[in-house]
Design a protein around this ligand. Structure first.
Ligand code: GDG
Length: 759
């Protein structure tokens, strides 16, 4: 039954005209360290009228976003070249290795136009149009995803990073992971991820989630998208999720941690500004205004002709403003670029008819011989022309009903180096999360939209400049380079972390320093002290004690150490000031203010501890070379001095008996030691306890270890997570080592001192 088709790579594929295809597990690894996989390649194959064949760099958001990074890292790009039924060998184009994937005419119909654009696209955009569900489309989607996964596996070197893009390829991460567990796999969803109530419609909802969960990092445009995804995972699989972390059970009884987090995409802002400053483009902008009859106000819409973009709603609002005489064609022209898109999908053909009918009506009713109400263009234009249009437009209308991000909004802002121009922006576009100084609208509310358009048309120059300046700061601070770097940093941890304190961290420290109360929570080993061979020898780097003292002396600042060590050991090596709050053993032990060490075991846990002690004493007592050691909230069973055979037998016996008697125990396995704990606690629990105890408004947490990820997970909006050293992380910032941590703490102390003096 087609609905049961899974994303498994091992199932033989017998659907589609290509018949059985090799899976990603049947190919030898390639030699690229970074592989990008997207439906479309950054180049299009073209045949001119005279039969000359060539490759042309194709326009579009993703290409612009990734091109610079690909060139810099000598990576490979796997994708479809834009022409059906043609097989191409890999080749190099402009510094990027291109790996074309073949799609047949039938694949395009079923996988691309069908499942991608007529099932997933409407479903993920809040069912603005009705999604169609066809089992043969799904079968083709599985088959084509496998083909992309195979091409990626054949390109990726051992241990390489593979970055898969967008809704057309959601099964690729799982297929790749099953075939190539050595790979680091990231996925970025360019479109929204819908709320569960909508996602649940999809007959293959579980397979899609499972496909995505093959990635180590799943990126979304908005915080809300990542939340929708995590909720769907909880509802459908019952996996534990906490903040941005999803724990996916793996076969060996362990968990694999997947991060689902938002990374708002952006543009190459400087390149747009540079183009806008070119004299010929400025001249073109002047020309456009003149050709339109020098209206007082030019309004502009630039969209792919897609029902998600709210073009019809925009035309309705504009038409009504002309109808009720609020605007007149002598004063205002709306330029609408609607670039052709998905023209073979029926919904899009119908949309084109609807939009062109609406444009025709408005123009028929209100245009004069000398003034056209809507200057409508169903073309794609060169980027230079787009920039000239942005420059000429006094008001930019982005009225999407649902949009992952909307790069047009950001491009308009980047171009307006003159500080003028008003952006009217739908709150349903991802860009609205960042571009709060735009005139935000609800495009479903036609009266509200009309009022907002008028607000934009009549906005005083000073307000326009103030808003545009703030918008530009946002777009230039988070440009496409920052976006891709932050995604890849989170995914791979980056190879080498530079020394010093990065600029964006300095700004974040300044920002947090003005909070009412701050909790500075610090891991010890690897964060304040370099790692050493013997745990007893660890010591914080010079200057740590002094800078901690400076922080403790500042009003509204609390400092805590959060360690995996037992507290006795932590106190011995860290020698903390008495005001430093302490948590040890991953949060099991706590020492807050004047109180002594607390374990705070509840009666049920004490009872479990008694049973655990009885069982382990009985098992280990008679066997020479094994012994038990008390641990906070647990016991360790050592077998180091026993024969290997005895040691294994004792461990097996302990595991078996305890699994039956106390099934909920936490078990950690070390070399010749088994640790059993009656309480499962993480540094995340420790941090939450510290936050509750101190009542801090904002938290800075610094740590270097995988166990610190639990603490990063519980950080909220406005908190600051600082990862020390390389490795995947959920923290927003990173520095190289303990020396940098003291610099960070010193900066925080400086900023805090300045902030509290000002008050
Ligand atoms: C998807 C998501 C998300 C448009 N017409 C022409 C032209 N364009 C360029 C624009 C812009 C890009 O195409 C469109 O990007 P958008 O973000 O506005 O929208 P989608 O195509 O729907 O993209 C979206 C994006 O992925 C990235 O993640 O933001 O939410 O739906 O760059 O300028 N460019 C040229 N001529 C045209 O006629 N040269």
């Amino acid at each position: 039954m087609a609905a049961d088709t899974t994303a498994s790579v091992s199932a033989p594929d017998t659907t589609g005209e290509a018949g059985a295809e090799p899976g990603p597990d049947s190919v030898a690894p390639g030699h690229f360290d970074l592989v990008v996989v997207s439906n479309r390649l950054p180049v299009d194959y073209e045949v001119a009228e005279d039969g000359t064949e060539s490759w042309r760099t194709s326009p579009g958001g993703l290409v612009t976003a990734l091109e610079p990074m690909m060139r810099a890292s000598d990576g490979a790009w796997v994708g479809w070249p834009g022409v059906a039924d043609r097989e191409f060998e890999p080749f190099e184009n402009d510094g990027i290795s291109i790996v074309p994937v073949r799609l047949s005419t039938e694949d395009l119909e079923l996988y691309y136009e069908g499942f991608s654009n007529d099932t997933l696209w409407p479903l993920y955009h809040d069912v603005i149009a009705s999604p169609s569900y066809h089992r043969e489309w799904w079968d083709a989607y599985v088959q084509v995803n496998r083909r992309f996964a195979t091409a990626a596996a054949a390109s990726a070197a051992p241990g390489a990073t593979v970055w898969v893009h967008d809704y057309q390829l959601q099964l690729v991460p799982r297929m790749l992971r099953d075939a190539r567990p050595d790979l680091v796999i990231g996925f970025f969803n360019h479109i929204p991820f819908p709320p569960y109530g909508i996602f649940a419609q999809l007959p293959w909802r579980k397979q899609i989630l499972d496909g995505l969960l093959g990635a180590d990092l799943i990126g979304f445009q908005r915080l809300a998208d990542a939340g929708n995804f995590s909720r769907a995972v909880r509802r459908l699989f019952g996996y534990a999720t906490r903040g941005v972390a999803v724990d996916v059970p793996s076969q060996n009884g362990q968990h694999r941690r997947v991060i689902a987090k938002h990374f708002p995409i952006s543009i190459d802002a400087e390149a747009y500004e540079e183009m806008a400053k070119r004299p010929e483009i400025q001249e073109r902008a002047r020309q456009i205004r003149e050709d339109l009859g020098n209206p007082k106000t030019i309004m502009l819409g630039v969209d792919r002709l897609d029902y998600t973009k709210g073009i019809g709603h925009r035309i309705k609002a504009f038409g009504e403003l002309l109808a009720d005489g609020t605007l007149s064609v002598e004063d205002v022209t709306l330029v609408q670029v609607a670039s052709p898109s998905r023209e073979r999908v029926a919904t899009y053909m119908q949309l084109r008819d609807e939009i062109e009918l609406a444009v025709g009506r408005v123009n028929g009713d209100y245009s004069t011989i000398s003034h056209t109400a809507i200057s409508y263009h169903h073309h794609g234009y060169p980027r230079e022309e787009m920039v000239a249009l942005y420059l000429a437009a006094d008001v930019m209308l982005v009225t999407a009903l649902r949009d992952g991000m909307n790069l047009v909004a950001k491009e308009y802002v980047a171009v307006r180096y003159d500080g003028d121009g008003v952006l009217v922006l739908s709150e349903f576009a991802g860009a609205a999360d960042e571009l709060k100084q735009a005139v935000l609208i609800n495009p479903h509310d036609i009266d509200g939209m009309k009022a907002s358009i008028m607000k934009a048309v009549t906005m005083p120059k000073r307000e326009r400049t103030r808003r545009m300046r703030a918008l530009r700061r946002k777009v230039f601070d988070n440009d496409v380079a920052t976006w891709s770097a932050s995604f890849l940093q989170t995914l791979t941890g980056g190879a080498a972390v530079p020394s010093g304190v990065p600029e964006n961290l300095v700004s974040a420290l300044k920002d947090i320093s003005s909070a009412e109360t701050i909790l500075v929570a610090l891991d010890f080993d690897g964060t304040l002290a370099p790692h050493v061979d013997e745990p007893e020898d660890a010591r914080a780097v010079d200057g740590t004690h002094d800078v901690v003292q400076r922080l403790l002396d500042l009003p509204g600042v609390r400092v805590a150490f959060v360690s995996g060590r037992a507290l006795v050991s932590l106190k011995h090596v860290a020698e903390p000031q008495s005001e430093v709050l302490l948590t040890g053993s991953h949060g099991i032990e706590v020492q807050l203010d004047a109180n002594g060490i607390e374990l705070g075991l509840v009666p049920e846990e004490v009872e479990k501890l008694d049973t655990l002690t009885r069982v382990l004493e009985r098992i280990s007592g008679p066997v020479f070379g094994t012994w038990i050691e008390q641990k906070p909230a647990g016991l360790a069973l050592h077998t180091r001095l026993a024969t290997a055979q005895d040691g294994q037998a004792v461990q097996r016996e302990a595991r078996d008996q305890l699994a039956e008697l106390l099934p909920a125990l936490t078990v950690r396995e070390g070399k010749n030691v088994l640790e059993f704990s009656v309480r499962s606690s993480t540094k995340g629990d420790a941090l939450e306890r510290l936050r509750a105890h101190t009542g801090a408004d904002r938290v800075l947490y610094a740590g270097d270890d995988v166990t610190d990820e639990d603490a990063f997970t519980v950080l909220g909006e406005g908190d600051l997570g600082l990862k020390i050293g390389p490795g995947a992380t959920q923290a927003g910032y990173r520095v190289r080592g303990p020396k940098e941590v003291t610099q960070v703490l010193a900066l925080l102390a400086d900023f805090r001192a300045a902030a509290t003096q000002q008050q």
